[in-house]
Design a protein around this ligand. Sequence first.
Ligand SMILES: NC(=O)c1ccc[n+]([C@@H]2O[C@H](COP(=O)([O-])OP(=O)(O)OC[C@H]3O[C@@H](n4cnc5c(N)ncnc54)[C@H](O)[C@@H]3O)[C@@H](O)[C@H]2O)c1
Length: 261
Amino acid sequence: MTFSIDQFRLEGKVAIVTGAGGRGNSIGRAYALGLAKAGASIVVADMNEAGAKAVAEEIAATGAKAIGVGVDITKQDQVERMVAAATDSFGGVDILVNNAALMVEVAGAQITDISIDDWNRMMNVNVTGALICSQAVLPSMRARGGGKIVNQLSGGAFPATGSYGVSKLALYGLTTTLAKMLGKENINVNAIAPGNVKSEAGKMLVPDDSPFIQFLNMTVAMRPRGEPDELVGALLLLCSEAGSWITGQCLHVDGGWVLRP
Ligand SMILES: NC(=O)c1ccc[n+]([C@@H]2O[C@H](COP(=O)([O-])OP(=O)(O)OC[C@H]3O[C@@H](n4cnc5c(N)ncnc54)[C@H](O)[C@@H]3O)[C@@H](O)[C@H]2O)c1
């Protein structure tokens, strides 16, 4: 096979991006817009249904195809309805981006005293939700001869030093496990671990003048913070034929924050 730049194109593909309709300039919104620019039809999925529909309209205004769907990814029946909506509108699912998560909501919770209710709520969204969505899209991916699943991790999982980091490390485990299970079925399962991103949520969590950003400034190889759009190139690699032989991997997109041998 000779490499062609067209291997990054996604015409005829259908992608679900969870957590893409929430806070303004979110990473999920950038992912949804980026996949649409590459040619995919998009299901913008979020608990915030109005936000999901607004991002879908933004995509449709560019001439691409998109629908917005309200979904709680921890509820199997709602996730089944999300997949049915993808099939009704576009014929099936080729790409799933498990991006929805609780982050800002759990930031202050220390592992030594987080309530078990809060812990379960976080793990339920950040890990179980991704599993529920992955299971739900498998029949369609299998019927279409393959697919791509990308899980959104975080630099905060390398190493995990808080409750949120533990949930993202568990999601890494789900990534490698699904990759091993599904590789022979032509389904690639990978992850992206962003560094500090200037989404609305990221700015809320870590203001530019916080001591953490000053610390990162001294330790990160490049800039300590990136824009949501700077993650899109990695996503396109993992969702397209250009990344056909990559599976079970975590791509760090963080300016050189997490450096691993
Ligand atoms: N912003 C950062 O610096 C940063 C860094 C590393 C990783 N991340 C990860 O990137 C992803 C997006 O982050 P963001 O900064 O855009 O945050 P965000 O809070 O804007 O996005 C999370 C989205 O998930 C949705 N959501 C939450 N629970 C849900 C549920 N049960 N069902 C459906 N949707 C649900 C929210 O409505 C929201 O739209 C998250 O997985 C986050 O952990 C963010």
